[in-house]
Design a protein around this ligand. Structure first.
Ligand code: FAD
Length: 218
């Protein structure tokens, strides 16, 4: 049995002109933790979710004086994360749509320029699953699993951000369910067919075999 818990550590950048001028939030946070990055006075963060808020707090710690977070919708960040960012002096603007990143800052589709010395993109991360064999099917870039976190290969399980971006507690919960299921399988319960999501390439329903004892928590 194998459990894939590789997380989502491939930063996503918005496909806009000048994207190469921006730093992906995960890269920025990694560098900021070891004080290996300079931000200047004005920082614009594209994406005002929890990760954007963490980047704002770090930018303030590194000396930024004017920090603006923009989002295409009301930010998905938790209240506590937003308060931390606001306490660090950050401002939130939405709905705002990025047109381009230039040497001057972030150009919005409404023609506004947000001046910036540093532009950070915090618009989500994706898993790097290139190491998986093709029998383990993906859905929109994440590992497809059933409700026991079993993939299209019944001997491979996947949990955490590799399956869906979420919280640490969700990753831990998924790990527990996967571990119990594997334990049941290894103990050799009676086998039963369970219907799984339509995750094969032709969109048809697959079934897998699993011990009946794994059904007790369903
Ligand atoms: C900036 C930030 C702040 C967050 N803050 C919170 C928070 O406050 N509270 C909260 O609940 N959640 C938070 N989260 C979300 C939380 O971190 C994730 O949901 C959780 O870590 C997912 O766990 P995971 O085990 O799936 O992945 P990860 O914790 O990302 O672990 C994956 C591990 O696998 C390793 N790996 C990747 N590929 C391979 C490979 N091919 N071979 C071997 N190893 C590999 C990686 O190096 C990494 O160590 C935050 C996320 C980010 C990005």
């Amino acid at each position: 049995m194998v459990v894939v818990a590789a997380g989502a550590q491939k930063p996503c950048l918005l496909p806009v002109p000048g994207q190469e001028r921006a730093t992906a939030a995960l890269d920025f946070l990694r560098l900021s933790k070891i004080n290996e990055v300079k931000v200047g006075e004005r920082v614009v963060i594209i994406g005002a979710g929890n990760v954007g808020c963490a980047a704002a707090a770090e930018a303030a710690r590194l000396g930024a004086k004017e920090i603006t977070l923009i989002d295409i919708q009301e930010p998905a960040s938790f209240v506590v994360e937003r308060k931390h960012a606001e306490a660090a002096g950050a401002k939130f603007l939405w709905p705002k749509f990025t047109q381009a990143v230039t040497a001057k800052g972030v150009e919005l589709t409404d023609g506004t320029l947000l001046p910036a010395d540093t532009v950070i993109m915090a618009v989500g991360d994706a898993p790097d699953l290139t190491f998986l064999p093709e029998e383990v099917l993906l859905e929109r870039g994440f590992v497809a699993v059933n409700d026991r976190y079993q993939t299209s290969d019944p001997q491979v399980f996947a949990i955490g951000d590799a399956v869906r971006l979420g919280l640490l507690t969700e990753a831990i919960g998924a790990g527990r369910i996967a571990a119990r299921t594997i334990d049941d399988i290894l103990r050799g319960g009676r086998m039963l067919m369970i219907t799984c999501p339509p995750w094969n390439r032709h969109g048809s329903i697959w079934t897998i075999t699993t011990p009946v004892s794994t059904l007790r928590e369903i």
